[in-house]
Design a protein around this ligand. Structure first.
Ligand code: PEP
Ligand code: MG
Length: 428
């Protein structure tokens, strides 16, 4: 079945039996929308932002969905079918080849090792990620299970959900992000209506205004980690140091309460997401307060470029390799290193093989990505040297145009023999 809809929601992904779902098409949204990120994690080809699509007329028709190029063909002729069958078989063969890498480390030809972690949300992601050789979870999007419910899950319900994640990856670390709703992530039972939702009440802004939601969640996480102690807590959408101070205060309080209730849990590591431009200029102030930093490049790109990640009309302007974005990413890692704090990237850029090469060259300590792309990224990193990646970074970081940077990266990786892995136009 191909699911065609005016608007896709994360809840829909939870309802449709995934073994029957082969592709998805949505009139609204873009490839950076949250539902697109979840679909990518599930390995389901998806086309978003098909603005003028007469979607109501497609019922029962044969369709081809090309998720690489964002194309949809209805009633394809034999020639096109054959062409896409060949691409599909090639993809299957590549996936089988990459399976051999599961137990191999992500290490460059000159011996530089960079841990590859995974982003999760649904429990199926977690199981799939384990099978794909992830060494930890760099981002567990806790809002996903909240979106699947019709009311706030209780502390004990949350504890059970989090325990499953922590157990699946134990002894490897699991980074749980506190509830990140707002923007394009809505809870039906907690409506937020705003003119500019991405500039509004999002992420930590909501949970600090509702400390009862924050405390319940953090306590549930801590209780779930008893005996495993592989929990890390991460704060989304931070734009002021005072938010970190208040959140840390609440986290310490939750820890004390959890101990008082008789749970024997260690204080987890706490980290801050860097996804708002102001945070880029306060890396050292933020780093001094926490144990780690993680760059949310999806939002950072949207805010640096002033391009709504969910709006198909400006999707062409959302350039992952925009020079301004690359300069910001470089600055973040340099400043975090100066403070001696580990820094990772958990936005989609880390799971783009071309992005991963640049981030590794910049000096990021760890990359966290969707399970689908992890074997591809590992294969590319194992096939290059760090020196080669640094030369490539030095070359592209001086360029003026994101489009030129993306096509240069595409060309260089194709030349190095990775054309089959990166596929067509992945940077676009
Ligand atoms: C990001 O913004 O890059 C990120 C990882 O968070 P999300 O995509 O869930 O907003
Ligand atoms: Mg974000």
């Amino acid at each position: 079945t191909i699911l065609v809809s005016e608007e896709l929601t994360p809840a829909m992904l939870g309802e449709v039996p995934t073994d029957k779902l082969r592709a998805m098409v949505s009139v609204k949204g873009s490839s950076n929308s949250h539902v697109a990120i979840l679909a990518r994690a599930m390995g389901i080809p998806t086309v978003m932002g098909a603005v003028d699509l007469p979607y109501a007329q497609l019922d029962g028709k044969d369709l081809i969905v090309d998720g690489y190029r964002g194309l949809l063909f209805s009633n394809p002729n034999d020639e096109l079918r054959e062409q896409y069958n060949a691409i599909y078989e090639e993809e299957q063969a590549l996936a089988e080849d990459l399976e051999g890498l599961i137990h191999q480390p992500a290490e460059t030809l000159d011996g530089h090792r960079i841990p590859l972690w995974v982003n999760t949300g649904l429990i199926t992601d977690a199981l799939r990620s384990r099978d794909r050789g992830a060494e930890g979870v760099g981002l567990y999007r806790t809002e996903v299970p909240f979106m699947m419910k019709d009311r706030f899950p209780s502390e004990s319900e949350q504890q059970e959900i989090y325990r499953e994640q922590l157990e699946t990856f134990s002894p490897d670390p699991v980074t749980m992000r506190t509830l990140d709703i707002g923007g394009d992530k809505a809870l039906t039972y907690f409506p937020i209506n705003e003119a500019n939702p991405f500039l509004g009440w999002r992420g930590i802004r909501v949970t600090l205004d509702h400390p009862e939601i924050f405390l319940v969640q953090v306590r549930a996480m801590m209780k779930a980690s008893e005996g495993l102690n592989n929990l890390r807590i991460m704060l989304p959408m931070v734009s002021n140091v005072s938010e970190v101070d208040t959140a840390l205060h609440l986290i310490y309080r939750a820890h004390v309460e959890t101990l008082e209730e008789g749970f024997n849990v260690e204080m987890p590591q706490v980290g801050v997401m860097i996804e708002v431009p102001a945070a880029v200029y306060q890396i050292s102030d933020l780093a001094q307060r926490v144990d780690f930093l993680s760059v949310g490049s999806n939002d950072l790109t949207q805010y640096l470029l002033a391009v709504d990640r969910n709006n198909p009309r400006v999707a062409d302007l959302y350039q992952a390799f925009h020079p301004g974005v690359l300069q910001a990413l470089k600055r973040i890692v340099d400043e975090a290193r100066a403070e001696g704090k580990p820094v990772s990237v958990c936005g989609e850029l880390a799971g783009n093989p071309m992005g991963a090469v640049l981030l590794m060259a910049m000096g990021y300590d760890c990359l966290s990505m969707n399970a689908t792309n992890l074997p591809k990224v590992k294969s590319v990193l194992r096939g290059i040297s760090r020196e080669w990646a640094e030369n490539l970074l030095n070359e592209v970081i001086t360029m003026e145009s994101g489009e030129v940077i993306a096509s240069t990266l595409q060309l260089m990786l194709e030349k190095a023999g990775f054309g089959r892995i990166i596929g067509p136009n992945v940077g676009a």
